[in-house]
Design a protein around this ligand. Sequence first.
Ligand code: ZN
Ligand code: ZN
Length: 314
Amino acid sequence: MPGVCGRCRSAAAEVELPYARLRLCPDCFSDFFVSRVRRTVEEFRMFREGDRVGVAISGGKDSGALLHALRSAFPGLDLVALHVNLGIPEYSAHCQSIAEGLAGELGVELLTFDLGRELGIGIGDFEGTAFKGKICSACGTIKRRLFEELAMRAGARVLATGHNLDDMVGIMLDNFLHGYWGQFVRLKPVLPPLAEGMAARVKPLIRSPEREDLLYCLYRGIRFKEIGCPFSKGAKVRRMAGLLEAASERNPQFRHQLLNRFLELMPLIEGIAPRPEFSKCRICGFPSQGDICAYCKRIALVKGDRGGVPSESG
Ligand SMILES: [Zn+2]
Ligand SMILES: [Zn+2]
């Protein structure tokens, strides 16, 4: 790409942002990325300067960019990195070493929940259950719950996750098309705590396109996982991503406009969305829509499936 950076007017432009009609050099792009994270946090009042903020990091590019950008945008912020080790051979050790490396480099404390050590199971054990073939669904439930738990252990008032613009718009559009209003409203940029003592959930990267999370990692030297999860298929997400990509080629602002319109509609959709009634899970005490929460049901399924064989043997 020929030409100089549209911001500093001195370095060579390397990144083109068609939706903003900008061509930037690596340093100006990184500043642009960090400013957008800061503005997003302020726009939605995601947290205040004195809050302790937990950041869910998986080892992937999105959450890596998130932790790094939050550190740059708010140098004095009390950050704690949270990681779940899913007990998937090779993959989980790789992800954990990346999480440890990143937290160490940024001087951020890291808290890990190790499925094998704390529960005696690994995500692969779901292959022997009714979740065979849809392990990602069980894994999603377990991760969501364990990040909540880690945030509580860390004493974090806020839990930040790395959902990017493409994730958000893709899932919102899918829920919108199907009229899944209850799931649609769960994509709000800020979700209040489910119960006293729990963290509010925030998404500071909702305005950051996926490709830019990757570029930010490359330019800032942030390591991210190089192997994919062996259980992930993600077919539905990828189909939606292709659709969004095609639309964005004709209209570079497509994803940004869609997100903005969805956010405008949010209060109206909240009015028609079914309101879940929460009680306490009989086993773990977390907020639950039934007698026993979805997390405890899944853990029991795996443990029960072993037919009483002690976990040391598995
Ligand atoms: Zn520049
Ligand atoms: Zn439970």
